[in-house]
Design a protein around this ligand. Structure first.
Ligand code: 8YV
Length: 317
């Protein structure tokens, strides 16, 4: 009999799904309406869970799975998993570290460029037929230069470092904050987030959100300033969203590029109508390349965890 796996969020790579179906009995929790019935019939046999970084797994669901060995996160964030509880049960929680780094960093730079150069506004202007012989020269406001911009990075893990390399190629001086200064980096460490925002023209959030909810608040946005841009490709909850809406509305900052939100897929109404904000639907890792590598790592983690080995990517052991 094949081991049983509960899948909490979809995987979009056909070869990975094929392999999953070959090796396991997969229960797609996100598609099943009668979840109680499913759990009543199979909970005791479930050995593995697949979920996304943002979706994670609730503690109450883990409690219903007495023989759970591994939660394979198809992503790098573990903020939506109670790691301490998983650890106390000996459940491995694994991530796909390294598989999505370049893609997430690419989107961070893309969002910064799109925000500061008004790329989406320009696109809209042309599509809406507003670019005419008689359109006033200032119909689209002048934008801001990325090259040389002072870039502040919050969280210097894999993604933060990849963003720094890209921004350096644009001639941007790099400042960063993290729990501590890192000896191997040629960038300027600023321990205080408020001070970092003050020193930056663009603040790029690349941090894990496990213990950092709401760190970007009104004071930080005010320090970033009216010519500053906020980019978030990490987690929505790093930002106090009402403070961000207020900062955008009042012109406290120049703009934002956001891939993530507090209550996805709900985006604050006020941001939808404000074109100084460039929006994405949590897609920083959504490339064929990243998602294929991630899916293969999920397969490895499940195989190792179910075989009773410590998965290479385990965050709990
Ligand atoms: C993924 C993420 O989009 O890595 C993470 O933690 O949030 C994202 O990269 C998500 O996990 C997709 O399943």
């Amino acid at each position: 009999m094949k081991p049983k796996i509960l899948q909490l969020s979809p995987i979009l790579i056909p070869s990975v799904n094929q392999k999953l179906n070959e090796l396991y009995e997969i229960y797609k929790y996100f598609e099943i309406e009668d979840k109680n019935k499913l759990l009543a019939e199979h909970a005791a046999d479930i050995q593995g869970v697949i979920s996304g970084g943002h979706a994670g797994i609730s503690r109450s669901l883990m409690e219903k799975l007495p023989n759970l060995k591994v939660v394979a996160i198809n992503g790098v964030g573990t903020d939506a998993v109670d790691l301490a509880y998983a650890k106390s049960r000996g459940i491995h929680v694994t991530v796909t570290a390294g598989a999505l780094t370049e893609d997430v960093a690419d989107l961070a730079i893309g969002l910064l460029l799109a925000s500061c150069r008004g790329i989406c506004s320009g696109d809209r202007f042309v599509r809406e037929g507003k670019w005419t012989k008689t359109s006033p020269p200032n119909a689209i406001p002048l934008s801001r230069r990325l090259s040389g911009m002072r870039v502040g990075i919050v969280g210097m893990g894999r993604v933060g470092r990849a963003v720094a390399i890209r921004a350096t190629a644009f001639g941007c001086p790099i400042y960063y904050t993290d729990l501590k200064e890192m000896d191997d980096l040629p960038y300027t460490f600023i321990s205080d987030l408020l001070e970092l925002a003050h020193q930056s023209d663009a603040l790029i959030l690349c941090a894990a959100a496990d213990q950092a909810a709401g760190i970007v608040n009104s004071a930080v946005l005010e320090a970033l300033g009216r010519d500053g841009f906020l980019i978030n490709i990490a987690r929505g909850k790093l930002v106090n969203e009402p403070d961000l809406v207020e900062a955008i509305k009042s012109g406290k900052i120049a703009g934002a590029g956001l891939d993530v939100f507090v209550d996805e897929p709900n985006v604050p109404e006020a941001l939808l109508t404000d074109y100084s904000v460039v929006l994405q639907a949590h897609r920083a890792s959504a490339t064929w390349e990243a998602r294929t590598a991630m899916g293969n790592m999920v397969l490895d983690s499940l195989a190792q965890g179910i075989a009773g080995m410590r998965p290479e990517m385990s965050m709990t052991t």
